[in-house]
Design a protein around this ligand. Structure first.
Ligand code: AOF
Ligand code: ZN
Length: 368
């Protein structure tokens, strides 16, 4: 096989490994969802993805499936194999012991216990290592983990549905249907892959949303729902409070919020988070630090021009998922996110674009 044929094959298997890693996105806690494929003679003989909850790691499972066939095989790993004795022994050692002769890796692991040490174990064990194959693609899937590691806060994705003339809703009206059913399913998939979803109290009062994932078969993958509600106006009969015992509701409130309301919401199963500025508004950087400290790696911000604009102004948005529908709202009553397009032009670049039915989807990322 020529070098370029080998390279093309490596990229194909790595692309397959990255797709496999996606299946547990949002299910592995603070551990990233990574995948391993063990390939011998061009055939996949073992596959593994980080287990739900984060352990066992991908490599262990792929090696178990491959058994004796791992001898002389190539392992495709979407993240540098771990080097530390945690709740499981180091994956780098396991690859050496199993007799794997080549490891192709996509992203480096920034975890201090691993960073470079995983590759060193492989080298010392006589394994041929090829790093950075489809590194950017893998890093895109690992963005929550990488951002939490670098910035000590979760990755923030701002989801926006815009009318054809650029509005997110109509003044004084609740939910306006802007996008079609394909986009709605995509939004629910994004919810399934997120650890938390965040909205402002204005959105709750106007729309009474559920903010759950309602895709058939994935109903149990709803994220934690976080509401910015400094004065605790969240109604006791809202869809959120009514379902708080099954899908968690965390409310970011001011310390001065009425104690009786606080008690009632706690009794209904909500959790109150207190992080505020001197003027009583929620301090977003502190709130995000707090969420990261509680194991949240990805947050999807879904709703409210005010909330969207605050996150953008504070430079706290890492990714924008923009769904643009074909229906116009009209400038007389349209609600817009101030400065949206200038933020996009100045701080983000376009990563991908799709058509979802009649809607256009554009995804922008802020360079790390
Ligand atoms: C791997 N394979 O599938 C994953 C890895 O708490 P522990 O012991 O499970 O370690 C967590 C760390 O393991 C995490 O911070 C990251 O460095 C690595 N994740 N490594 O070899 C895997 N998920
Ligand atoms: Zn490991």
């Amino acid at each position: 096989m020529t070098g370029s044929e080998q390279n093309a094959l490596d990229r194909r298997f790595m692309a397959a490994a990255i797709r496999l890693s996606r299946t547990h996105q949002g299910l592995t806690g603070t551990n990233p969802s990574v995948a391993t494929l063990i390939v011998r003679g061009g055939v996949i003989v073992g596959r593994g993805v980080t287990a739900i909850g984060g352990r066992p790691h991908a490599e262990t499972q792929a090696l178990m499936e491959a058994g004796e066939k791992a001898k002389g095989a190539t392992a495709y790993v979407t993240l540098e194999p771990c080097a530390h004795h945690g709740r499981t022994p180091p994956c780098a050692d396991a690859l050496v012991t199993a007799g794997v002769t080549r490891v192709v890796s996509a992203a480096n692991d920034p975890d201090d216990r691993v960073s470079g040490k995983g590759y060193a174990i492989l080298h010392d064990g006589g394994i041929d290592v090829e790093a950075h194959v489809l590194g950017a693609e893998a890093a895109d899937n690992l963005a929550g983990y990488l951002i939490r590691s670098a910035k000590k806060r979760p990755e923030v994705t701002l989801k926006l549905a815009l009318s054809s003339d650029g509005y997110i809703g109509r003044e004084g009206e609740g939910q306006v249907s802007i996008t079609g059913s394909v986009s709605r399913s995509q939004v629910h998939m994004m919810r399934a892959e997120s650890d938390a979803i965040l909205v402002g109290i204005g959105t709750v009062l106007a729309d009474d949303p559920q903010l759950t994932c309602r895709l058939p078969g994935l109903e149990n993958r709803s994220p934690i729902r976080v509401v910015l509600d400094s004065r605790l106006r969240l109604p006791m009969n809202s869809a959120l409070v009514n379902s708080a015992s099954t899908v968690p509701v965390w409310v970011a409130a001011s310390a001065a919020a009425e104690p009786a309301r606080r008690q009632a919401l706690v009794a209904a199963g909500c959790r109150i988070l207190a992080t505020e500025t001197d003027c009583g508004a929620t301090a977003l950087p502190e709130l995000l630090d707090d969420l990261a400290a509680q194991g949240i790696t990805t947050v999807m911000v879904e709703g409210g021009a005010t909330v969207a604009s605050s996150f953008l102004q504070e430079g706290l948005v890492d990714r924008i998922a923009l769904f643009q529908g074909s229906v116009a709202i009209g400038s007389s009553s349209g609600v817009a996110v101030p400065e949206l397009h200038s933020h996009i032009a100045r701080e983000f670049h376009l990563l991908r674009e799709y058509r979802f039915g009649d809607d256009r989807y554009s995804e922008y990322v802020r360079p790390l």
